[in-house]
Write a protein that binds this ligand. Structure first.
Ligand code: ZN
Ligand code: ZN
Ligand code: ZN
Length: 342
């Protein structure tokens, strides 16, 4: 592109023009001129990435703690994800400056110093934290960061603003590791003050969740409550009357929720969704922890069976209740009748 003077336009030129302008403006102020000229250019506008990342997280938490209207929740998502990105990128920068770019293969020193290429987003940062820095990312933190990235995309793509309960759970999962991992050598008085404020907000949100869990436990004493795949709280998903989270309101088709449950809570295991012997819907799942005995729960009719109360048909592999008096029965009632194909 040609400039007015016929010379080739370059970002560098524009940059110097802007710089000259700032110096001219500052020089009119007399005293401030010296201040500006004394500093190398890049230091004048540089902020500590850890401090500014945590400041953005604090801002996000403030939007979430006080009167979280949809508009404030939108700002909570944007501030929170910008803060998380800044903190993750700073960790990557310590590994190598090229890692803060969306595409490290195109990284150049010039692009880094002059901001010529886009920076890495949340999910890229998370992947590189493991792959490049060799950090072992705990599952709960990973869930927090991935969920945050998804909510940001949903906001940008569809204008969807997530509900307060879910955002609170995501914020709690995503923020704690940042707060606990500030290197002591980087702690300044202003950073310490921000950290204190972030901790205060997190404690407040944790208190709200604990209180809600206590209320749910009291109101639904005796009911079997599972974990919610949406907000990841334990003991909030009631199955009776159709699966629904009593904290965040998440619900869905029993078949879909059983499948989501298996994928989210047992990603490394082959947990099959079986046909329920009571209601005949494909919504029966073993929800027992890997180190516990199986506990089969139907997400449709809410009936449940412990180990030994169900047998698996030798023909169709589906579970059934062995008839009284014949505990060694090998075939389910449908296969015995000859009405089921494997
Ligand atoms: Zn939930
Ligand atoms: Zn059922
Ligand atoms: Zn069968």
């Amino acid at each position: 592109m040609k400039g007015r003077g016929g010379r080739r336009w370059s970002g560098e030129e524009e940059y110097s023009r802007a710089r000259r302008r700032i110096f001219t403006l500052e020089s009119r102020g007399g005293r401030s001129r010296a201040l500006v000229e004394d500093l190398p250019f890049d230091e004048k506008f540089q902020c500590d990435p850890i401090e500014s990342g945590l400041e953005l997280i604090l801002r996000g938490l403030e939007f979430l703690c006080e009167n979280p209207t949809p508009r404030r929740r939108k700002h909570a998502i944007l501030n929170f994800s910008a803060g998380a990105e800044a903190l993750l990128r700073e960790r990557l920068r310590q590994e190598h400056w090229s890692q803060v770019f969306q595409d490290p293969a195109r990284a150049t020193r010039e692009a880094f110093e002059r901001g010529l290429l886009p920076a890495a987003g949340l999910m890229d940062c998370l992947l590189r934290l493991e792959g490049v820095c060799g950090v072992e990312v705990p599952a709960f933190w990973r869930w927090g960061i991935e969920s945050l990235a998804r909510r940001k995309s949903l906001l940008e793509l569809r204008g969807f603003v997530e509900s307060t309960p879910v955002l609170v759970c995501i914020a709690l999962a995503a923020a704690r590791p940042f707060v606990d991992s500030v290197p002591p050598g980087r702690l300044t008085p202003s950073l310490a003050a921000i950290l204190d404020a972030v901790r205060g907000k997190l404690t407040r949100l944790e208190g709200q969740v604990t209180e809600a869990l206590r209320r749910i436990g009291t109101q639904h004493a005796g009911a079997s409550l599972l974990n919610c795949p949406n907000c990841r709280l334990e003991g909030t998903l009631i199955v009776r009357g159709g699966p629904k989270c009593l904290f965040c309101g998440y619900s869905g088709r029993p078949e879909d929720l059983a499948a989501e449950y298996a994928l989210d809570f047992f990603p490394d295991e082959d947990r099959f969704i079986y046909r329920c012997p009571a209601c005949d819907r494909d919504a029966l799942l073993d929800v027992g922890s890997p180190d516990e005995d199986p506990w089969y729960v139907c997400f449709a009719c809410s009936r449940s069976w412990e180990l030994g109360r169900l047998a698996f048909c030798a023909w169709c592999d589906q579970p059934f209740e062995p008839p009284e008096g014949s505990p060694d029965e090998e075939y389910c009632p449908a296969c015995r009748r000859g009405s089921r194909e494997p």
